[in-house]
Design a protein around this ligand. Sequence first.
Ligand code: PEP
Length: 250
Amino acid sequence: MGRQFFVGGNFKMNPVTREQKNALVKVLNDADIDTNVEVVIAPPALYLIPLKETLRKEIQVAAQNSYFKTSGAFTGEISPAQLVDAGIPYVILGHSERRTLFHETSELVADKTRAAIDAGLRVILCVGETLAEREAERTKAVVDAQLAPVVAALTPADWDKVVVAYEPVWAIGTGKVASAAQAQAAHKDIRAFLAGAVSPAVAESTRIIYGGSVTAANCKELGGQPDVDGFLVGGASLKPEFVDIINTKR
Ligand code: PEP
């Protein structure tokens, strides 16, 4: 079976008011969207349950982070079990903002991924290189090293719960999008890594989505690449053009 196109919207720490949040929900609920696409919105934790309750049922929600413990003295954290209990199906893990600003290592991301899957969540697992790493031609080495602890933590069967998001750090929130050729090359390398480190079947079935300054203007060319199975969208997910990105394949 082919890989279903996937579009995620990462609201990050936006919007600031419930009124703005309601306006975003209205845009999505009123839109004519391609029902062949899996659409997942990741709002701030505060809005997870309200979004789940007010968004049309074809659109799912994701947390932007979760911890690897089930409960206890971990102030400020949310556990995978709590998300599952609240009916939240997905979590984003390893976003570059968490790796950079909150010093999350690939080992921690692997522990969180293991715990999320054990609890019953699906994971949008983010990887990607910095500009300096790309310029030093270390993109594949860096991304493989980010994936390796996750490969070690998961069984091959776990991978049907994972969507890999390739998000070059230099393209996130910068307006500097990867070219279609750059995205395709990186996605092909990730698929090759999964084929060798997990299995060819897992490599073939795992969705690898691109993130980094995706807009309505560039989504068609990026989405036309054979190894690009969708997008993780930050800034543009807060704008009406997000609907055009969801409908990339139309
Ligand atoms: C992101 O936050 O995952 C992202 C890709 O952001 P942006 O689309 O704004 O670059």
